[in-house]
Every structure is written in structure tokens, then in C-alpha cells.
Write a protein that binds this ligand. Structure first.
Ligand SMILES: CC(C)(COP(=O)(O)OP(=O)(O)OC[C@H]1O[C@@H](n2cnc3c(N)ncnc32)[C@H](O)[C@@H]1OP(=O)(O)O)[C@@H](O)C(=O)NCCC(=O)NCCS
Length: 208
């Protein structure tokens, strides 16, 4: 996500880690190594008058922890950014909400609406009139046909396909490579071609 911000000409002030994750040691990845670690989310102070040019995104793939961190940052008065990589394509009327992140080569179709704190990962496509609710995650290369609704906190796995007009319920989980041809109920995990419910439900901390 730092790479997306930089591609947009934004300066990256630093990373704030969720408290429960140990900071990663600096790696060979030059784009990460150069970014300072500002502390944990628990250390984050309320936004002050001098912070009006500072915006945040939550670059966590798991939806429930991302929602928690997003809500905390809003409580502290920080302003969410919408980051759309310059290589992504937004067709006419497409909208991207506060705190949402659209990665490289993604396509957001005509009149599709991405709500707040959503991740649309690399080369995913959301066709016309799609509606993606807050805190959802669309995996790399996922293909959503026209008029698909993805409800709050739902996860669409890498390479999944969703047929036109289907609704993926709140906090539902579509596994990698699934082909969804019917609506998926809230909180249900589906996999396969065509997608069918898996036995194990979605543990909240895993979603994403
Ligand atoms: C669905 C998923 C969460 C299952 O993970 P898990 O609970 O660790 O499941 P396991 O790997 O133990 O597999 C359990 C069973 O489900 C099957 N299974 C797992 N993933 C599957 C998938 N995507 N499609 C079909 N079947 C799958 C396994 O083959 C296994 O069946 P078996 O017992 O008959 O061999 C995971 O495979 C998945 O699809 N994650 C999405 C990853 C993703 O999109 N990441 C994006 C990162 S940017």
C-alpha cells in the first residue's frame, strides 16, 4: 500500500503496527525498509491541528482487524485516504469511499460503488453497478460480474468468480478460485466450482 501511495506522489509518513503483531525486521524490500515504524495502534494519539494534511489507510488484509483499526483511527480524529493506484481503471460513475484501497491493474466498472475501508486487490475487477460495502476484501484477480453486491466485511478470495446479480452476505468468505452462482448467506464460507458451503464457519479473526 505504501507503493500505491508513492505511485500517487504521496509522502509516506510511516507505518503504525497493530499492537498484537511484532514489528517485522527490515527486509530486502527497499520500498518497506525506508519507511519508519511510528509505534503501535495503542500508542496512536488523537489527531492535532498540525495533522490536517495527514491521512491514513489500514493495510491489513483481514477484514475484522482492519475494521477495528479503521474505527479506532476515526475515533482519534484521523482522516481516511482513498488510494487508487494510477494503473487501476475507474469507469464512468465508479466511486471509491474513504479509506479504501484499489491496487494496481484493478478495474472498477461503470457506476460501481466501493464503500469505506475496502481493499480491491491487484487486477481484480468489479463490473457495472457492483456494490461493495464497508470493510470488504476483493482478492487479487477476482472477477465480479455486473450488479454483484458484497456486503459488510465479506471476503472474496483470490481468483474467485461471482455471477451477475449475486449477493455475498456480510462477513461471508468466498474461498480462492470459487465460482459463485447463487447468493451466499451472511457469515457462510463457500468454496469450489460451483461454490458450496464448507463445513467450517468463518472465524472472525480470520476473515480476509
Ligand atoms: C478456504 C480457505 C480459507 C481454507 O483454508 P483452511 O481452513 O486452512 O483449509 P485447509 O487448507 O485445511 O483445507 C480444508 C479442506 O478444504 C479444501 N480447500 C481448501 N481451500 C479450498 C479452495 N479454495 N477451494 C476448494 N477447496 C478448498 C482442501 O482441499 C481441504 O479438503 P480435504 O480435507 O478434502 O483435503 C483457503 O484455502 C482459501 O481459499 N483462502 C483464500 C486465500 C486468499 O484469497 N487470499 C488472498 C490473499 S491476498
Amino acid at each position: 500500500m505504501a507503493d500505491v501511495a508513492r505511485a500517487l506522489g504521496r509522502q509516506v509518513a510511516g507505518f503504525v503496527q497493530p499492537g498484537r503483531i511484532e514489528p517485522e525486521p527490515p527486509g530486502p524490500d527497499a520500498s518497506r525498509a525506508a519507511i519508519s515504524l511510528l509505534g503501535t495502534l495503542d500508542d496512536l494519539q488523537p489527531a492535532g491541528a498540525s495533522d490536517e494534511d495527514v491521512e491514513f489507510v489500514i493495510a491489513l488484509g483481514a477484514n475484522a482487524p482492519r475494521r477495528q483499526a479503521f474505527d479506532r483511527c476515526l475515533e482519534l480524529g484521523w482522516t481516511p485516504a482513498a488510494l487508487v493506484h494510477p494503473s487501476a481503471i475507474l469507469l464512468g460513475g465508479a466511486r471509491v469511499g474513504a479509506g479504501s484501497q484499489v491496487c494496481a491493474a484493478a478495474v472498477i466498472g461503470v457506476d460501481a460503488a466501493i464503500a469505506a475501508d475496502v481493499i480491491v486487490n491487484t487486477a481484480a475487477s468489479i463490473d457495472h453497478d457492483g456494490a461493495i460495502a464497508d470493510h470488504a476484501f476483493i482478492g487479487p484477480g477476482a472477477r465480479l460480474a455486473g450488479r454483484v453486491s458484497v456486503e459488510t466485511g465479506a471476503h472474496i478470495g483470490i481468483g474467485a468468480v461471482v455471477r451477475e446479480g449475486c449477493t455475498i452476505g456480510a462477513w461471508a468468505y468466498v474461498a480462492a478460485g470459487a465460482v459463485v452462482v447463487h447468493d451466499v448467506a451472511d457469515g457462510v464460507r463457500v468454496a469450489g466450482v460451483p461454490a458450496r458451503p464448507m463445513e467450517r464457519p468463518v472465524p472472525e479473526e480470520e476473515n480476509g
